[in-house]
Design a protein around this ligand. Sequence first.
Ligand SMILES: [Zn+2]
Length: 487
Amino acid sequence: MNYDNPSSLIQLTIQSLLKDDNLAISSLKDIPDALLPSLFLKAHIQGCYKTLKAIVLSWPFERLPLGSLVHDRAPENPSFKAVMDGIDVLIKQKVSPRCRLQVLDLQFTGQKFWNTWTGSHLQAYSQKRELMSEGTSKKEKATPYLEVCVDLYLGEEQVDRFSTYLLNWTKKRKGVHLSYKTVRIHYLTRKYFRFLYAVSCCDIMELGIHCTLPFSTLRMLANLLGMLSNLKRMVVCIKIPTATTPEKAEWRLLSINNFTSECTQLLHLQELYLESPSFLKDHLHCLFRCFNTSLEVFSLTNCRFRKKILTHVFQSPCISQLKDLCLKGVPLTSVSKCLRSLLEVNASTLQHLDLGLCGLQDPQLEVLLPALSSCSQLRSFSLHGNRLSMATLEKLLSCTSGLSRLKLELYPAPLESFSPQGVLQPATFRLHCTQIIKILKDLRHSRSIVVSTGQCSSCAEKMFRNGEPIILPCKSCVRKFKKLSIE
Ligand SMILES: [Zn+2]
């Protein structure tokens, strides 16, 4: 222990306080606000639950992000119980001079708070950015004394125990508002709809649907969508059975139309992720006709669309100010001119572009190059899994070398590295890597790129942690990625 370091002294003080719950509790009034998060964190780690409960009564911040500390989401988790006991005392005594607690945050986010106030290094749970509330909800509601924010997960078994517990807990207390910010649906039955209608739909900011749905359930889901007036992020990974009779085909079409038209209600949608959306194959342009919003993120993956439909979608005004565009696994060979226009429209805002596994070849890249070089905000760019020659790669490297913010570039190994049967020739590949290094040196621009010899669709995910881009290939592909850098 370094005694000259004030932070070590603080840690030492906290350590000695926590040896005795009574001592810690009686000293709380003398501990400055800025140190309470550190004391809370240590008390949670060391299981000093009496102290934890007492800190809640003195919590000097509006938000207590407990969800990022308690991963075991069970009502009997001792840290969770201690905090809820503390809140019960708060509710009963109404006034506590020091306490400013308004939101108990049980979502998995909130690592930033602990890292800022305690100097710890909690990893962010999700690579997606944190969604912010509009801040108007307080005025609209009858100023709840406390808001409890939580994520809802609907799986095969039943509504999870934790959510049911919280719903009952809040029902029994006045002035407490339970707010589901994120809802992830992996299984959907009529019973779940009863539960979903019971929660306050206008609190939901993120909805993820990952399941197979019969037509009738899709229609019910569409009705629910119409109520999510504050939804900001939607992840759709829905499978719909194909129709076996003309009647069913009609019913199926009706359900899909219902779904796309209810999307008009999503006025605050910022991020749309459509994962393998084959049910929207002939309807994607209808969905885009409905949107009345300007998206920041549009991700459409692993699905084949007709040229006419993609052309329609790419011209939509709601994707004219994108920060993030991902078209991974969508064949784009026939729409390169339209894609060029889309890039041109978004050139001043686009930060992340993923065109991996899009079947692109030299002629299409030739069309895209001028638009690419004008994307001045671009930070990450992937062309993983396309079939490009060494000559095109050279042009690409030169055209992107002017993009000063670009930190993550993922390119396919040049076509010449493979035999006519498509087998990688390691010696030739090494030779081409040497050649690429030389090209980078000649461009006189310090940079580091990743070249991949693989064609896997599940890997080459771009990840942003603390603003720093990193690449995480899947386990079986890790050897297929080669990083080439020059200083
Ligand atoms: Zn892989």
